[in-house]
Design a protein around this ligand. Structure first.
Ligand code: G3P
Length: 214
């Protein structure tokens, strides 16, 4: 399974990359706003740090606007993936992007039918938001299972990118189901490495090491 980091914070991206945990990056307007930086400068810097796909979101709501943004973004760096919303205008844009060779990540997906449409339009990635479904008392990971089943039924090659990941259990379930990608906040990536018995074990070994004659 590929790990993407869900952040626009370059320091976090550099740190996670140094641990070998970054196959790609996903950003969104909220994450970009947190940095206080200019979008294009920020994107260029992220793309210089990470060779893998970097998702950058278009904010237009209409087809013409989305396509203008998609073309501009894809010209900026070769590893940019254009993030488009799961709307009818977004689907039209996905289809055109596909014909122009622009990779896309279809975002704000909350149902299996939406995911089916994105794949038929030619999306490179589909981003079902599992945490936001959990927030409204649905089971986000059930959606991932449904999307994977449907894509396998019809051999659709859109990659399932588990988004809105909030904790390590989301990642574990995604891996067991065979999702293609999980995009995680840096905090979750660090949680994946942590185990209390690892920490206790280190402390015990260090204590015993003090007794070893040197
Ligand atoms: O990148 C989109 C997604 O991961 C957002 O997550 O936590 O704001 O629902 P969250």
């Amino acid at each position: 399974m590929k790990f993407f980091i869900d952040t626009a914070d370059v320091a976090e991206i550099r740190e996670a990359s140094a641990m070998g945990l970054v196959d790609g990056v996903t950003t969104n307007p909220s994450l970009v706003a947190k940095t206080g930086r200019k979008f294009r400068d920020l994107l260029e810097e992220i793309c210089d740090v990470v060779r893998g796909p970097v998702s950058a979101e278009a904010v237009s709501l209409d087809y013409e606007g989305m396509m203008k943004e998609a073309r501009d973004l894809s010209r900026l760096k070769s590893n940019i993936v254009v993030k488009l919303p799961l709307t009818t205008e977004g689907l039209k844009s996905v289809k055109t992007c596909k014909s122009e060779g622009i990779p896309t990540n279809v975002t704000l997906c909350f149902s299996a039918n939406q995911a089916l449409l994105a794949a038929k339009a030619g999306a490179t990635y589909i981003s079902p938001f599992v945490g936001r479904l959990d927030d409204i008392s649905e089971n986000g990971m059930d959606l991932i299972a449904d999307v994977l089943q449907i894509y396998r039924n019809y051999r659709l090659d859109t990659q399932v990118l588990v988004a809105s990941v909030r904790h390590p259990v989301h990642v574990l379930q995604a891996a067991k189901m065979g999702a293609d990608v999980a995009t995680c906040p840096f905090s979750v990536l660090k949680q994946l490495a942590a185990h209390p018995l690892t920490e206790i074990g280190i402390q015990r070994f260090l204590k015993d090491w003090e007794k070893v004659p040197r």
